[in-house]
Ligand binder design. Structure first.
Ligand code: PLP
Length: 452
């Protein structure tokens, strides 16, 4: 840091301050973790200076032999860890991984057959008229994904995201009574809507998915099954999700981030059946530029860590701790979406405390507990204010928290929310969630967090 200090002290200060914040607070953001020193150090070195557009052994720049090694090792670890036929380590983020997946599915389903039909080798060889016809075919494709308020992700076909503009989109939700994924509804919608791609995966659904069933539904209607395991990749890597709950044997394409429960650097990864490998390999230049070689190297290190036996213990602890957290809430009378969890996420419905998700999130933050507000199914408060708070166990499990600690976390959270009063609701000043925490609670909770 002293090197950075001499160039731009405000950045050195922000880094120091971030470390202090992450140490002093209870990090319960379900998509965050603590990467190991090996992973962090692999990101800060000379690999960052190298350009390497292209694929392994086939680059558009000279001198890429070390990046070839890095990318090959990352892909090898990914294939071995997940039992995948093919792995692509270049995507810079989860969104990029999904874009690569979408465009490789479209290339596979639409572009390659069209080229054969018109008897040309590449799109540049098409006449203007045939190119227009092909562009129309791209525009006719449909995607079916989980709705946002059931826990789906913005990149699964929603209008504000490019995926919602690429595809005609429809979504499936959860059962209104149980709040659980309704496979019959997914199957009915798929039969009627006939999507090109069925997307499974979530950001805020606290339950496991049966991917064998999802594959059956997709393949019955001729759709490609794409699973976005960004959130639960660590539980797949750690063999907590096996059999029908492991997406890799069942899906045609699996995407993930590497920085959430997998505990690597910020980045993305695509796994695919061999059939899709050549299309996925076109990620650069289809939607990506030069790969971040230093981040691919850090992915390789994180994946090597995830292949160690200790990672399985970690992943099992993440799931056990989520149960302990959920039980801690339930025994204190809190309401949980779906009534509990069997993954790493707990979705707390805070409406019973007379609060919006935004007010609860702010009150908890003031008490040293970092969470994020989240919509609950059919949320009356919408996606900005929300009625829920999403909690996850990967980060605190990395800090060594066990079941008793998570019970204490539930006690702290319910303690803060019990004593928080909403002074106004939606009409609060812009940018401010208005609430009051009864005297002393913020202070004492903060101290308790430090003790843990
Ligand atoms: N997919 C899912 C399911 C996610 O939850 C997220 C991030 O929250 C993403 C993709 C996007 O990842 P990134 O922020 O790395 O682009």
């Amino acid at each position: 840091l002293s090197v950075i200090e001499t160039v731009e002290p405000r950045i050195a200060g922000a880094i120091r301050s971030e470390l202090a914040d992450q140490r002093d607070s209870l990090k319960l953001i379900a998509s965050e973790n603590y990467a190991s020193p090996a992973v962090l150090m692999t990101m800060g070195n000379w690999l960052s200076d190298k350009y390497a557009e292209g694929t392994i052994g086939h680059r558009f720049y000279a001198g890429c032999q070390n990046v070839d090694t890095v990318e090959s090792v990352a892909a090898e670890h990914a294939r071995e860890l997940f039992g995948a036929e093919y792995a692509y380590a270049q995507p810079h983020s989860g969104i990029d991984a999904n874009l690569v997946a979408f465009w490789s599915i479209l290339a596979h389903r639409v572009e390659t057959p069209a080229l054969a039909e018109y008897g040309v080798r590449q799109v540049n060889d098409l006449s203007e008229q045939d190119w227009e016809t092909l562009r129309k075919r791209f525009g006719e494709q449909r995607a079916l994904g989980m709705s946002l308020d059931a826990g789906g992700h913005l990149t699964h076909g929603f209008r504000p995201n490019i995926s919602g503009k690429m595809f005609h989109q429809r979504s499936y939700g959860t059962d209104p009574e149980t709040q659980l994924l309704d496979y019959d509804q997914v199957a009915r919608t798929a039969r009627e809507f006939k999507p090109a791609v069925l997307i499974a995966g979530y950001s805020a659904y606290p339950r496991r998915i049966n991917f064998a069933k999802m594959a059956e539904i997709a393949h019955e209607v001729g759709a490609t099954l794409m699973v976005d395991m960004a959130h639960f990749a660590g539980l797949v890597a750690g063999k907590v999700f096996t059999g029908d709950e492991d997406p890799v044997p069942h899906a045609d394409i699996v995407t993930t981030t590497t920085h959430k429960s997998l505990r690597g650097p910020r980045g993305g990864l695509v796994l695919a059946k061999e059939e899709f490998a050549a299309d996925v390999d076109r990620g650069c230049p289809m939607v990506l530029g030069g790969p971040l070689s230093h981040v691919m190297a850090a992915k390789a290190v994180a994946l090597a860590e995830a292949r160690q036996p200790e990672f399985r213990t970690y992943a099992q602890n993440v799931a056990d701790n989520a149960k302990a957290l959920a039980d801690g809430f339930l025994k204190r009378g809190a309401t949980l979406v779906t009534g509990g969890t069997d993954n790493h996420i707990v979705l707390l419905d805070v409406s019973g405390y007379g609060l919006t998700g935004r007010q609860a999130e702010s009150a908890l933050l003031d008490s040293g507990i970092v969470t994020n507000r989240n919509a609950v199914p059919n949320d009356p408060n919408g996606a900005w204010y929300t009625s829920g708070v999403r909690l996850g166990t990967p980060a605190l499990t990395s800090r060594g928290f066990g079941a008793d600690d998570f019970d204490k976390v539930a006690e702290l959270i319910t303690g803060v929310l019990d004593k928080t009063t909403a002074s106004t609701t939606k009409s609060g000043a812009p940018g401010k969630a208005k609430y009051t925490i009864a005297d002393g609670v913020a202070e004492s909770t903060h101290n308790a967090a430090e003790e843990l």
